[in-house]
Design a binder for this molecule. Structure first.
Ligand SMILES: [Fe+2]
Ligand SMILES: [Fe+2]
Length: 374
């Protein structure tokens, strides 16, 4: 039985130089496999079906149109999205491959960001389609949050910022889902979304309002927490992909750039105007640590606002347990033990314990499944 790999992108291109360039460009975002021979590609892909195929006009022995026709007629591979990499905007292959069933194209010369964005849009369309099958509250929580998050990104193109009223309205289904204890499918629903900042922000929004719920916050206060969670990292839009998604440790210089996401977020929120103080505090202080070793201000002890302490706990938990392109997700129990032991000086342990209780009640703290003995 062959299982589709949600993160596998196949590159079919007889041009060795271009093929390895594309492969290298995608390496930190996706699993990749590449084929110089289109006939062998089909044989290989039916054994491990990819999430998407990138195809150029050089795909010997088939033509690009012939390759698409073969895929569309294939019992296992027929629904796989195919993006055509055109030689230029005037490449006649664009129309021909579209007619044959390609799902879009990218014209050379293209910047890497365009390649990645185009793939991401296609792949997430599938994940977002799965949301349609969820009950109303959860579906709305996910759909509303992703649409408001895309509006946030528009500031880069149009200069327009999202309004707090808009964010708050879009967070209402999330808070309702939490009130009725139906939030697990929301956390699952964003797990495979490959816009990492969105997926992380939505998990933080969910867990932060859960923590607020446990701490006795009222509905409208939970809305502030959810909105603050969704907005807390928006400045990451300004951080280069290669730093944001770098496997392993950042260099000192890269870390300085990464830290910049906090002032960038604050700038965005100030520019948006009318953001409640709670949202500003969550954005500004979520990387501060009780022992004063955090950033950007190095606040210490009582200088840290309660909301920031709460945000820091869920932000760290999310960062540890999120699935990233370069690491699988860490089991919740392991993340919690790191947060109590290694991070005891960083995090407010009162909220760490409260959060542990929430995870336990929701059966999200399952013991790690033991490896079967040989
Ligand atoms: Fe952050
Ligand atoms: Fe974060």
């Amino acid at each position: 039985m062959s299982h589709k790999n949600d993160r596998l992108v196949a590159i079919v291109d007889s041009n060795d130089v271009h093929r390895s360039k594309v492969s290298a460009a995608l390496m930190s975002f996706y699993d990749t496999c590449d084929w110089g021979n289109s006939k062998e590609a089909i044989k290989g892909l039916e054994k491990s079906p990819p999430a998407l195929i990138l195809l150029t006009s050089y795909a010997e022995p088939f033509s690009s149109v012939g390759f698409i026709q073969a895929i569309r007629a294939h019992s296992i591979l027929k629904n796989t999205p195919i993006l055509y990499i055109a030689e230029s905007e005037t490449d006649p292959g664009i129309e021909k491959t579209k007619e044959a069933g390609a799902n879009g194209y990218i014209a050379k010369p293209y910047p890497r960001s365009v390649l990645i964005q185009t793939i991401s849009k296609k792949l997430n369309a599938g994940i977002e389609e799965q949301w349609e099958a969820l009950p109303d509250i959860q579906r709305d929580a996910l759909k509303n949050s992703v649409s408001v998050f895309r509006e946030i990104a528009d500031v880069l193109l149009t200069g327009e910022t999202v309004s707090f009223a808009d964010v708050k309205d879009n967070c209402k289904p999330l808070v309702n889902a939490i009130a009725s204890n139906d939030f697990k499918s929301i956390l699952d629903g964003v797990r495979n979304h490959d816009d990492y900042t969105y997926a992380h922000s939505m998990r933080v929004a969910t867990m932060l309002s859960l923590l607020g719920h446990a701490a006795g916050f009222r509905d409208n206060e939970q809305l502030l927490l959810a909105s603050g969670g969704l907005l807390h990292d928006v400045g990451k839009m300004k951080i280069p992909h290669n730093i944001l998604n770098k496997p392993g440790r950042l260099t000192e210089e890269e870390f300085e750039i990464m830290k910049n996401h906090v002032p960038e977020t604050v700038d965005y929120l100030v520019h948006a105007g009318n953001m409640p103080r709670a949202v500003m505090i969550i954005a500004e202080q979520h990387h501060e640590k009780i022992d004063g070793t955090g950033y950007p201000h190095g606040l210490k002890g009582s200088e840290l606002n309660e909301l920031a302490r709460m945000a820091a706990v869920v932000d760290v938990f999310s960062a540890l347990t999120d699935r990233r392109v370069y690491k699988p997700s860490m089991p919740a129990t392991k993340a919690m033990s790191i947060m109590t032991e290694e991070m005891s000086g960083h995090l407010d342990q009162k909220y760490v314990e409260m959060f542990r209780g929430i995870l336990g009640d929701a059966s999200l703290l399952d013991p790690e499944i033991a490896e079967p003995s040989a």
